[in-house]
Design a protein around this ligand. Structure first.
Ligand SMILES: Cc1cc2nc3c(=O)[nH]c(=O)nc-3n(C[C@H](O)[C@H](O)[C@H](O)COP(=O)(O)O)c2cc1C
Length: 411
């Protein structure tokens, strides 16, 4: 069996969906699975760009054999050493021992660290701008450090204007289709596309901006990532570049409020829900409530990236911030979350710590973020006569949203 499709003259997509892996990198839940793409070029010389995870190694080798039609494999482009794209390389080299492996010196070093199997006779070291001629197809190397590892190199088919973008423009999830224009991408895939970006490369905004600058100078007709759908129409390519510009510059996509709350007994939750309704009465659209104890942080960080405003509400727990909230905020800090206004609600019964810790994250650990309005620290439960505090908070947030510039004007 095989699962391949020609995406441009002599360039083939090979795709495997993986519904068995529960968590990507053993940390990110995969409710819709994950897919691995690899690409084959049929020319005077044959080439494979990127390998696949070892969980789909047999299918990967089967597709290559089918496309080679009895020929041998001349080149393998090792664009990224991470095992979900390199896990099948040893098997590939065992099958095609004379294959030339294209990569950077740094890539080969990582290869040997992981696989303890030096193959210096197979290596062809390349640098930024080098071109490999396969025949009609000429492949140009474009460095993309930290998108999402230091050795990442994109490959650009100069002849057919295809950008093999490695993890850039990848996504969580799977599809029965190959191209983004064959599905309702914005409606059905954007959330997993965003969650992938934020959690996998979100920390490296400046490096992503550099890649986008390099792309700006290239005519691109197809963007072919290693996970998810392929982009071949000007509309879908423009859409993903537009989204990446927002995300990489830490500019929200739209105005709205994410209320991330934690609660042991329900009092902080109640305050969060009442605040949400007060915001709604203020005419605010797109208010999203999330219980951080129930929703994996990878979904929460993606939502925080999407919207302009954030509310954090959590109780004190053993003289600390309640752990699921701490996890979420730690994640945001690690991902270099920035440029947001954030309201804070703490809750405690005898010795407060949560409110102070959340304020510290906003003011000291996040970049260019500020606490919005007067933070609240509930004593066990909010009394009826204190509800006015939530009214003021809702008004402050609504005013801030009204005064926020159109996010599109910032990219
Ligand atoms: C294991 C445990 C530890 C707690 N530690 C503290 C604490 O250190 N300081 C404090 O003021 N309250 C502490 N609390 C109490 C809660 O923070 C407090 O009752 C709060 O109002 C609960 O809000 P909630 O109803 O939203 O869960 C603790 C509660 C539990 C279950």
């Amino acid at each position: 069996m095989h699962c391949v499709e020609e995406i441009k003259n002599g360039i083939y997509w090979m795709g495997c969906n993986d519904f068995r892996t529960e968590m990507f990198e053993h940390i990110f839940p995969l409710p819709f699975g994950i897919s691995y793409n690899s690409y084959f070029i049929d020319d005077e010389k044959t080439a494979v760009l990127d390998a696949m995870d070892k969980s789909v190694r047999d299918e990967f080798l089967e597709d290559i054999e089918y496309l080679l039609k009895g020929r041998t494999l001349d080149y393998f482009f090792l664009n990224h050493m991470e095992p979900d794209h390199a896990g099948s390389i040893l098997a590939l080299v065992e099958k095609y021992p004379n294959v030339k492996i294209i990569g950077q010196a740094q890539t080969f070093k990582l290869f040997e660290q992981f696989y303890r199997h030096p193959m210096p006779n197979n290596y062809v070291a390349v640098k930024e701008g080098d071109q490999i001629k396969l025949g009609k197809h000429v492949i140009q190397m474009i460095k993309a450090p930290m998108v999402h590892w230091p050795e990442v190199m994109l490959a650009y088919d100069v002849t057919d204007k295809v950008l093999f973008s490695v993890d850039a423009f990848g996504m969580f999830g799977t599809s029965g289709n190959v191209y983004a224009d064959q599905v309702d991408f914005e409606r059905d895939y954007m959330d997993e596309f965003r969650r992938y970006y934020v959690n996998i490369v979100g920390k490296y905004g400046p490096q992503v901006v550099n890649v986008l600058k390099k792309m700006d100078g290239l005519p691109i007709e197809v963007v072919a990532p290693v996970h998810g759908l392929v982009f071949r129409t000007p509309e879908t390519i423009q859409l993903i570049i537009h989204k990446y510009l927002h995300w990489a510059k830490y500019v929200p996509e739209q105005n709205g409020v994410v209320i991330a709350f934690a609660s042991i007994y329900g009092n902080t939750e109640r305050a969060a829900c009442v605040l949400a309704h007060k915001l709604s009465l203020q005419g605010i659209r797109n208010i999203h409530l999330y219980d951080v104890s129930k929703v994996h942080p990878s979904f929460l960080t993606a939502e925080a990236w999407k919207y302009s405003h954030l509310v954090l509400a959590a109780p004190t727990y053993n003289l600390n911030l309640y752990l699921p909230m701490e996890n979420f905020l730690h994640d945001l800090k690690t991902l270099q979350f920035q440029n947001r206004k954030i309201a804070v609600i703490g809750c405690h019964s005898w010795a407060s710590a949560a409110q102070k810790t959340m304020i510290e994250y906003v003011e000291k650990k996040f970049k260019n973020c500020e606490v919005l309005g007067t933070p609240l620290d509930i004593r066990s439960s909010l009394k009826d006569e204190e509800e006015g505090i939530l009214d003021s908070m809702a008004k402050t947030i609504a005013k801030s949203i009204a005064e926020s510039p159109d996010p599109d004007s910032l990219v």
